[in-house]
Design a protein around this ligand. Structure first.
Ligand SMILES: NC(=O)c1ccc[n+]([C@@H]2O[C@H](COP(=O)([O-])OP(=O)(O)OC[C@H]3O[C@@H](n4cnc5c(N)ncnc54)[C@H](O)[C@@H]3O)[C@@H](O)[C@H]2O)c1
Length: 319
């Protein structure tokens, strides 16, 4: 190769390196400006939250609608003008929720469905499509919480907790997400728990499923937002502390005025408000969000010492 050709190649390589450096610096500057803008916007939205969107006419499907948080969510969505699809394994309590919504002047439909069964979810979805149409807001709420030491959970117990608390979310999302994508909009809400951010004893399988709910929602959020493909499909993951529904049978709370138990109505109101403002993560009470962030930057031994100090958790269920 001639000397001139070698020089040209060297010069070209040098120019490429400079070009890539300029691109990298531009990208970094863009990232810094964007991060600053988004931080300021988040701070502004915290001080002055956006107006909640209307949900009149939305078709909201709530699992576990027969009792507790699911029942309250269904009633409150009904009062706000949504068409409410109630699913529960318990036909009697589910029918009561449906008739209470209809008595209040709302519109509700009920379907008995064991959400741990993919086949029952498919059948219920087909019925919902023929009776009401496509769902626009999916609320994966149904859950169970047996509390006992790890080695006393039978394999059947563990399988069932996973089937109800997490696999049901997968089957539900696989059932309804395709129509959200076709419509170009939709909202998926998942009820995890504070136990999905901070594990506790006697609830090892339960905590595992609630961490998995967070994993599912975080992963799905990333997949749907990649390349801004689905800007109008929203996801909200909810992490309540104890709610007074009877699910938590033997809560142990050292400072009840700090670790406050919420009523199902308060919990549902907060969830619906967050959904209407398109919040991605909701902790109930809200300050738990910051507490857990702080706990996670502490050294592990300090983290455990703080947990010991608060001495808050779940004693095992009475047999
Ligand atoms: N109550 C709390 O302290 C608390 C705290 C954090 C998170 N959560 C979560 O909130 C959700 C609702 O809890 P809750 O306290 O309202 O419970 P709940 O026991 O009051 O109501 C749960 C409802 O789900 C239904 N259900 C149970 N298994 C089902 C199945 N296989 N198929 C269909 N429906 C089924 C029940 O029949 C019941 O109507 C759960 O996912 C729970 O883990 C509850």
């Amino acid at each position: 190769m001639s000397l001139t050709a070698t020089r040209v190649i060297r010069m070209f390589t040098g120019l490429m390196v400079v070009y890539q450096l300029v691109l990298l610096v531009t990208d970094l500057l863009h990232l810094m400006c964007r991060s600053l803008y988004l931080t300021l916007r988040t701070a502004w939205c915290t001080l002055s939250p956006p107006r909640p969107k209307s949900i009149v006419g939305e078709v909201v499907l709530v699992t576990g609608a027969g009792h507790g948080i699911g029942r309250e969510l269904s009633l409150q969505f009904g009062r706000l003008g949504a068409k409410v699809i109630c699913l529960d394994i318990n036909e009697t309590t589910n029918k009561k929720t449906v008739s209470d919504i209809n008595l209040e002047g709302g519109a509700a439909w009920g379907y008995q469905c064991d959400v741990s069964s993919r086949e029952e979810i498919r059948q219920a979805a087909a019925q919902v499509r023929s009776d009401v149409g496509e769902v626009t807001i999916l609320v994966n709420n149904a859950g169970i919480m047996p509390a006992k030491p790890f080695l006393r959970h039978s394999p059947e117990d563990i399988t069932n907790i996973f089937s109800v608390n997490i696999f049901s979310h997968f089957w539900m999302v696989q059932e309804w997400l395709p129509s959200f994508i076709t419509q170009g909009s939709g909202h998926i809400v998942a009820i995890s728990s504070i136990a999905g951010l901070m594990a506790t004893s006697n609830l090892v399988p339960y905590c595992s499923t609630k961490y998995a709910v967070k994993g599912l929602m975080d992963g799905l959020t990333e997949e749907l937002r990649y390349a801004d493909r689905h800007p109008n499909i929203h996801l909200t993951c909810v992490h309540p502390f104890i709610v007074d529904t009877g699910l938590s049978k033997n809560p142990r709370i050292r400072f009840p005025s700090i670790n406050v138990i919420t009523s199902p109505a308060q919990c549902a109101t907060r969830i619906i408000d967050g959904v209407r403002r398109e919040e991605e993560v909701i902790c109930i009470p809200g300050r738990d969000y910051y507490f857990i962030k702080l706990m996670n930057i502490l050294p592990r031994e300090v983290y455990k010492a703080v947990l010991d100090f608060f001495d808050t958790g779940m004693d095992e269920d009475d047999e």
